[in-house]
Design a protein around this ligand. Structure first.
Ligand code: SF4
Length: 359
């Protein structure tokens, strides 16, 4: 029963929790089970160094993964998006991106829907359903790896705000970074937040020391409140202070993600505000041209992609202001798998009569 509901799921458990759950089995058995899960076996029967009766017993008591893959969409550019239906019928998405060098990155979701309501993001428009548990997060990774093979990086940039689900994010990261399992380096895992100050502080003080990306979008506080209304409780000065603390303790460069919205946050003063916000921090600015989602509006106006000239202007102005700038190239747009599009249907997919799979 690899994906069953109603059975405790093993795949998201850090090894010490797994050992407790499997008591009175000896510790070495728990290590064997953990190691098999990390290799991505589909059933307990595949755990060939366990005695047959034990495999049968475990199979009757536990499930290995959470959720069923209910859609697999492939973009001609190599991006793969999985839609995973959870035991209660909610859907989440996980995306596999491949860069020019062939390195694969798994983009995982931490919530079903999202409570933050950023106006440029389809997931925000869906509203919030619930937090995912660690098994539901880690299972996305294993499903992507099963399809694609080795994965070099993990980014928590899928559906949801990871720092509003920090406990389960921590458990998932512990399961993924443990030496006896997939052994992912924390330096190859990035958490992307829209700027939850208490969560950044908590992560800074108590770890794990993952890479941090801030979805800043604009450093004009007034515009940010309108574009990302739920960030009101996390004003920019407090946010900057939290980033500084994170940087002091984790010693890492932070990515400032800036979704560029045509005619909204691409003005010269936006570049200046961004440079002012970045002053004193070790950051790289990642410019992300908005990926279109039909019908999305900002204060009554339809959002639009920034033109090539707008992007180039921002890029060069930010560089002139002394910032390190990278550009995100479009990936997965045709399957609704690009940044801000999760929760949309892909080309050729049709919504169910109830409006789609995201009930
Ligand atoms: S951008 Fe991130 S935080 Fe904002 S609504 Fe979308 S998923 Fe949520």
């Amino acid at each position: 029963m690899p994906y069953g509901a109603g059975h405790p799921v093993l795949s998201g458990l850090p090894p010490e929790e797994l050992a407790v759950l499997l008591t009175p089995l000896p510790g070495y058995r728990a290590k064997q089970v953990f190691s098999w899960i990390s290799r991505g076996v589909r059933t307990f029967d595949d755990m060939t160094d366990l005695p047959l009766p034990l495999r049968a017993e475990l199979g009757g008591r536990f499930a290995l993964y959470s959720g069923e893959v209910s859609a697999e969409l492939r973009d001609p550019d190599g991006t793969i998006k999985l839609r995973i239906t959870l035991h209660d019928g909610y859907c989440v998405e996980a995306v596999l991106l491949t860069d020019r060098e062939g390195r694969r990155t798994a983009c995982l979701s931490t919530q079903a829907g999202c409570p933050m309501g950023c106006v440029f993001c389809k997931t925000g428009a869906l509203g919030f359903r619930r937090n995912l548990d660690s098994a539901e997060i880690v299972s996305q990774f294993f499903r992507l790896r099963e399809i694609a093979g080795d994965i070099a990086n993990i980014v928590f940039m899928g559906m949801g705000e990871p720092l509003l689900n920090l406990g389960e994010l921590r458990r998932a990261a512990a399961a993924l970074t443990c030496g006896g399992g997939t052994g992912f380096s924390p330096r190859r895992i990035t958490v992307s937040t829209c700027g939850i100050v208490p969560g950044i502080r908590d992560l800074a003080e108590h770890g794990p020391r993952l890479r941090l990306a801030l979805s800043l979008t604009t450093a004009d506080g007034e515009l940010r409140r309108r574009l990302m209304p739920a960030t009101n409780a996390n004003p920019l000065p407090a946010l900057k202070e939290a980033l500084r603390r994170y940087q002091d303790l984790a010693g890492q460069r932070i990515t400032l993600e800036t979704v560029l919205l045509g005619d909204v946050n691409t003005r010269p003063q936006d570049a200046e505000a961004l440079a002012e916000f970045a002053r004193g921090l070790n950051v790289v600015v990642n410019l992300i041209p908005w990926n279109p989602v039909e019908g999305m509006r900002f204060e009554g106006r339809l959002l639009r992609e920034p033109g090539a000239g707008e992007i180039a202007r921002m890029d060069s102005q930010l560089k002139k202001l002394g910032l390190n700038v990278t550009r995100r190239f479009k990936k997965g747009q045709r399957i609704g798998g690009a940044c801000g599009q999760l929760g949309t249907l892909g080309d050729g997919e049709t919504a169910k009569p109830d409006g789609g799979p995201y009930r």
